[in-house]
Write a protein that binds this ligand. Structure first.
Ligand SMILES: Nc1nc2c(c(=O)[nH]1)N[C@H]1C(S)=C(S)[C@@H](COP(=O)(O)OP(=O)(O)OC[C@H]3O[C@@H](n4cnc5c(=O)[nH]c(N)nc54)[C@H](O)[C@@H]3O)O[C@H]1N2
Ligand SMILES: Nc1nc2c(c(=O)[nH]1)N[C@H]1C(S)=C(S)[C@@H](COP(=O)(O)OP(=O)(O)OC[C@H]3O[C@@H](n4cnc5c(=O)[nH]c(N)nc54)[C@H](O)[C@@H]3O)O[C@H]1N2
Ligand code: SF4
Ligand SMILES: [Mo]
Length: 684
């Protein structure tokens, strides 16, 4: 039998067709607009059945006994225990002492709404996502500039600027669209410190020094303004703060900044010119911009390039999305105003969006370890593996050892789950129906359909939350017995129902496609225009224009200790066989640890006497790891690149044992986990 659904093995949310036989998943195929022979392969999807039926999947709820061993339990026993702890800590220390931490896989949609509903209904403001290192900080930077995060319309673009994104390995749908546009003659510019698949095929590849994107973007803005390459009509009618932006950008002309960020000034100018003069153009920005202390202003500057060149909301440019009308399920007003979240130091970021929620996960670790702004005593970690994926993993481990009660909801016994008091087994994406946030963002709604029954005694996340909610007294808030009822309730304002979505597997459009919406509606900013200059930021004590107060002298962690840590470490690469710490235990994907390497440039390898396959020790002031060396020219001499995500398999490979979480962006709380100074030596 074939069923249309959405794959959620990573955040790309690809529409797929699943093939099942007698309630068993056989295979799944990604839908694509390209003919079969031109489609890209996703190895994770190809291994879908290996993942779903992995012998390592959690089968039953587990409760840790007094001796520290897990014992199997019934759902009633496990949920009653978790509910009892919720109520106990609320009575002892207030609801805010209970925190819910969410990872990437928590389905950027309804289930996150359900968690917020449960936590707010309970009275705790602490449902915290990981968006300060992934996407949400970037979304805020777009939003403060022109009211929403844009969607690059790749297929029809004539020029594509890829900024810190490696779609070939992280998002095949987007990569196919880039390849298609390229075949139709689109120009391609790539900004990446690594020679990626697309960098190698670009018209211009800017091998920027990691963490210095802000400088590059400002130099490009300056070039465009100084040579009158901007869209004067659009700027006059639809922007505020142009002069202030021009002044800030004038601090950073290409001639002055390029050499320090590994670039040739002529290439920077050429890239600015090509981007500004080839219409329509779109920019794909990615996680290369996140996980840097300057992520907010760097992303704002990149966003401003779109507006300066008049590429906003035009076909082939950067589309302002048309969100789907849906109920806000989060019950935010149920938490008294004076009860602040642990992320209270980042009020702008907490509040910029009515449904995103809060996202500075580092603050959860602070609250447990340092008890600031107040102690968190109980933690639920859902669909995340924080001891591997949060910055400064050693600190996270200490926090999880300290927290008084830890619940983990996962599909696998991760390193985080091993530390838990209670482990609740979650069903995989093919075992549950769900509405994903990705499909509420922009017009075309699709549904993720359950295609097989939940494995063993696992439960879908929605069911875990509804049942737990009812056990902590939220019967009225969780009246739904099925997820379909909850989705119908949420989608009611749009007039779309689960049945309609099932009848239309390729999506139900919520409204007509419209371009240049600002001409009738304005932009969704305080001024109704694109804000090169943000009064809101200024009023809150932040630079109103990107880098108005100059550029960070040291955006890379541990730069003050360069003498001891002379090499620049880059966090990457993300292989298309994995999602973060996931799937390394699946033999068909692990492929005997293929790609688990520290990439070292041949020049540096010679200096350190290292050859391919040697075990290399990498150290920073936070910790050390040991991994085999890979000799590679895709990186710049003086930098190394460490394979991402292998830390769950073996803590020796745990990249975040090296990263820093002390210094954070003041607006979005992002630490500079992407780039850090380090040293290497041959492990004997
Ligand atoms: N296979 C796979 N796919 C995934 C995931 C996964 O783990 N595995 N994770 C999913 C998630 S949650 C996310 S957020 C996305 C992320 O997907 P992407 O946005 O593509 O992120 P990355 O591949 O981490 O990094 C993108 C590029 O940024 C470059 N980069 C590193 N530092 C810098 C810098 O300082 N400046 C610039 N300009 N570039 C830099 C890297 O070399 C890399 O080529 O992928 C999603 N898809
Ligand atoms: N150094 C460094 N650190 C990074 C990154 C990096 O590139 N370098 N990337 C960052 C980014 S972009 C992100 S998004 C984060 C990711 O951080 P995490 O979200 O913590 O990463 P994952 O390893 O994907 O963990 C997801 C967990 O959810 C489980 N899971 C999968 N599906 C489900 C489900 O349906 N329900 C439940 N309950 N559980 C499920 C998986 O088994 C897995 O254990 O890491 C960040 N940290
Ligand atoms: S890229 Fe692969 S793993 Fe990620 S959602 Fe798409 S098919 Fe699934
Ligand atoms: Mo992410």
């Amino acid at each position: 039998m074939q069923t249309d659904t959405i794959c959620r093995f990573c955040s790309s949310c690809c529409p797929v067709v699943a093939e099942t036989e007698n309630n068993r998943l056989i295979s799944a195929k990604r839908k694509s607009f390209l003919p079969d022979e031109r489609q890209l392969i996703c190895p994770k999807l190809q291994a879908a059945a290996d993942i779903v039926y992995s012998p390592e999947r959690l089968q039953k709820p587990l409760i840790k006994d007094g001796a520290g061993n897990f014992q199997e339990a019934s759902w009633d026993e496990a949920l009653d225990m978790v509910a009892e702890r919720f109520l106990y800590f609320k009575k002892e220390s207030g609801a805010r002492s209970v925190c819910w931490l969410r990872g990437m896989a928590a389905d950027w949609g309804a289930p996150w709404d359900y968690v917020n509903r449960l936590m707010n209904g309970f009275g705790s403001p602490n449902s915290i996502g990981n968006g300060s290192v992934c996407h949400v900080g970037r979304e805020f930077a777009h939003t403060i500039t022109y009211g929403a995060m844009t969607v690059p319309l790749l297929q029809k673009a004539k020029c594509i600027l890829v900024w810190g994104k490696n779609d070939r390995d992280t998002n095949p749908m987007a990569a196919e669209a880039i390849l298609h546009a390229r075949q139709n003659g689109a120009k391609l510019i790539v900004v990446d410190p690594v020679r990626t698949f697309f960098a190698a095929r670009a018209d211009i590849w800017l091998q920027v020094k990691p963490a210095h994107d802000g400088l590059l973007a400002m130099a490009m803005i300056h070039e465009i303004i100084a040579h009158n390459l901007y869209d004067g009509d659009f700027v006059d009618k639809w922007t505020v703060g142009f002069d202030a932006l021009a002044r800030s950008a004038a601090q950073f002309p290409a001639e002055k900044i390029a050499a320090d960020i590994w670039l040739d000034p002529a290439a920077v100018k050429e890239a600015a010119r090509l981007y500004a003069t080839t219409k329509p153009a779109c920019i794909v920005d990615g996680n290369g911009l996140d996980m840097q202390v300057d992520a907010f202003d760097a992303t704002r500057a990149v966003a401003m390039l779109r507006a300066l060149t008049g590429n906003l909301d035009v076909p082939g440019g950067d589309f302002i999305p048309q969100p789907v009308a849906a109920r806000n399920l989060q019950l935010r007003d149920r938490v008294p105003f004076e009860v602040k979240p642990v992320t209270g130091d980042y009020p702008q970021f907490n509040e910029f969006n009515a449904t995103w929620g809060k996202h500075v996960q580092s603050c959860v670790v602070d609250a447990i370890l340092d008890e600031k702004p107040y102690p968190v005593r109980m933690l639920v970690s859902q669909s995340g593996n924080p001891v591997v994926t949060l910055m400064d993993a050693g600190r996270v481990e200490r926090a999880l050892e300290k927290v008084e009660f830890l619940v983990v909801i996962d599909k696998f016994m991760t390193r985080t789950a091993r530390m838990a008091d209670v482990v609740l087994p979650a069903s995989s994406c093919f075992e549950k129906t769900q509405l994903n946030r990705a499909y509420l963002r922009n017009r075309l709604v699709r549904i993720q359909n359950q295609v097989i029954e939940p494995l063993a005694e696992s439960w879908p996340d929605w069911k875990i939350i509804f049942e737990l909610g009812r056990r902590i007294g939220l019967d009225d808030e969780f009246p739904w017995q099925t997820v379909e009822e909850a989705i119908d309730y949420q989608l009611e304002p749009s007039g779309i129902t689960v049945q309609m979505l099932r009848d239309n597997p390729d999506g139900v459009p919520a409204g007509d496609l419209r371009f240049a919406k600002h001409s009738s509606d304005g932009f969704n900013t305080p001024s109704g225009k694109v804000e090169f200059y943000s009064r809101k930021l200024e009023e809150n004590g932040f630079p109103p224009v990107p880098f108005a107060h100059g550029f960070s002298p040291e955006p890379i962690s541990f730069s003050d200790q360069k003498d001891k840590y002379p090499l620049l470490g880059i966090s990457g690469a993300r292989s298309n066989r994995f999602t973060h710490s996931q799937f390394h235990q699946v033999p068909s994907l692990s492929m005997n640890r293929k790609g688990c390497t520290v990439d070292i440039h041949p020049d540096d390898a010679r200096t350190y006497g290292i050859v391919e396959g040697d075990n290399v020790r990498v150290e920073t002031p936070r910790g050390r790891i040991v991994m085999p060396a890979g000799i590679s020219e895709v990186i710049h001499p003086g930098s190394i690149r460490i394979a991402w995500g292998w830390g769950d398999l073996n803590p020796d490979y745990s990249l975040n044992r090296l990263t820093d979480d002390d210094r954070r962006n003041p607006i979005i709380g992002t630490p500079s986990g992407r780039s850090f100074m380090c040293r290497i030596s041959k492990e004997r």
